[in-house]
Design a protein around this ligand. Structure first.
Ligand code: ASP
Length: 447
């Protein structure tokens, strides 16, 4: 709904002012300008158009609303990352208590997330959905500078002043500090830890609620963002997004239908698609709610009652997985950031190409973000700010993605849940806790 209102309003405003803007830039013969001339002057026309739109009360209101929404989203990132990462680290202690299962679970989470990211990385580099596009988004100037040497990158991850790191949105610094904070929290004595831990738990719960509230403003915020984008860039902008959406969908498809089933088959010798069918109520709930956490009860019920995964494995692997293991989100972060880098480079030739080192950095951050993101709708897009900031890309590009995020969110949430579910089966099998009489009998071995 917000999307439709945004596109409509934006198109009307765009139609109302585009001719005047062209006339100002190209002179009175603007209507005879060739597509090539229009292309050459696209940036000036775009700037002129933006100036005119913002000068009108409606245009100014729309821009104001989109700024408010963007600022709210940015506002929550630092505390959200801090509380959820510290809690995540402390949670891993729980995993350690469970020893072997904890290690296997962690290994499954990291391996499958990395496989997902690599699938996305390869596809986005081959397809190049953002290459050669001409998308002009009003962005604040960012220095066209990337950390160059290995040591620079490592050194810049360690903040010399943690308050300044938070104030200047230095996400590496914040992540580094939060991880250390979590580790050392586990090392202080019990009495002190209990107090701090309940503060962290409270903080995380508050930030989760606040995030949900801000996301609930999305219909208005998204309408304003999209109206603003379409008004200044024209409705054709969505056509340019189609290759990107298809790239994400194809990469998710490969991960869900090939990689994860193959792992399941190799590691458990059970029929992957039979398991997928048993899990399908959870997958479909995830698809329609776009929330792994919201689907958790269904996922647990299906794995346990529908596929014979033991109580112990179900109650350990799935709840943790719903917030920590997000293959779909990780893949989506990677593809989206590289897509944004491609469109930014197309519009700003001075922006340096992302080197292999930068791409590895993005892989690492995509993994971090997928671990830190909450299992609620749009969390992945909210957290993307972290990666964009880290590689010096303007976060305003996320306004483009909001227009298509709902469908992508549905698909990536389903992927997240499928990865948790396959993980539960693999770990249950390895512990001899997969009851074949429930789903897999008669059991055919694929050896
Ligand atoms: N909606 C996703 C989930 O709940 C998280 C995301 O936005 O990527 O799994």
């Amino acid at each position: 709904m917000g999307i439709a209102v945004g596109v409509l309003t934006g198109t009307l405003i765009n139609n109302a002012y585009i001719d005047e803007a062209r006339e100002t830039v190209l002179g009175s013969e603007y209507s005879q300008a060739t597509p090539q001339q229009l292309q050459e002057k696209a940036q000036s026309i775009n700037e002129e158009l933006r100036r005119r739109v913002v000068a009108t009360p409606i245009g100014a209101g729309i821009q104001g609303l989109s700024l408010i929404f963007m600022n709210l989203l940015k506002m929550i990132v630092v505390p959200l990352v801090f509380f959820s990462l510290v809690l995540g680290i402390v949670g891993m202690k729980e995993g350690k208590r469970l020893g072997r299962i904890g290690i296997k679970t962690g290994a499954w989470y990291v391996t499958t997330s990395l496989l997902a990211i690599i699938t996305g990385l390869v596809l986005v580099n081959i397809v190049g959905p953002g290459r050669g596009t001409n998308i002009q988004i009003p962005t604040q100037a960012v220095e066209a500078q990337l950390p160059d040497s290995f040591w620079d990158v490592i050194a810049s991850m360690i903040p010399d002043n943690v308050v300044e790191a938070a104030a200047s949105f230095d996400m590496f610094g914040i992540i580094f500090f939060s991880v250390l904070f979590g580790i050392f929290l586990l090392l202080v004595e019990e009495k002190t830890r209990a107090g701090m831990l309940s503060f962290i738990e409270g903080g995380a719960a508050v930030m989760m609620k606040m995030t949900q509230f801000i996301i609930s403003l999305a219909p208005v915020g998204v309408a304003a963002l999209i109206a603003n984008t379409v008004a200044t860039s024209g409705p054709k902008i969505f056509v340019s997004l189609l290759p990107y959406v298809l790239t994400v969908a194809a990469a998710l498809g490969i991960h869900c239908l090939v990689t994860l089933p193959l792992l399941l088959l190799l590691l458990t010798r059970r029929h992957p698609y039979r398991y997928m069918r048993a899990m399908s109520p959870a997958l479909l709930t995830g698809f329609s709610t776009a929330s792994s956490s919201g689907t958790l009860a269904v996922t647990m019920e299906r794995a346990n009652k529908g596929a014979g995964v033991s109580d112990r494995i179900t109650s350990f692997v799935l709840p943790l997985g719903a917030t920590v293991n997000m293959d779909g989100t990780a893949l989506y972060e990677c593809v989206t950031v590289l897509f944004i880098a491609q469109i930014h480079a197309a519009a700003h030739p001075e922006f340096p190409e992302l080197t292999l080192g930068n791409q590895i950095l993005i892989v690492f951050l995509a993994l971090m973000v997928s671990i830190g993101a909450a299992g609620i709708p749009h969390a992945g897009l909210v957290m993307m700010v972290i990666i964009l900031q880290a590689v010096h890309l303007p976060i305003e590009y996320t306004s483009l993605i909001w227009g298509v995020d709902r469908v992508l969110d549905m698909a990536r949430t389903m992927t997240n849940i499928w990865s948790d579910s396959t993980g539960a089966a693999v770990i249950a099998h390895s512990e001899n806790e997969l009851d074949d009489s429930v789903l897999f009998s008669p059991r055919r071995d694929y050896t």
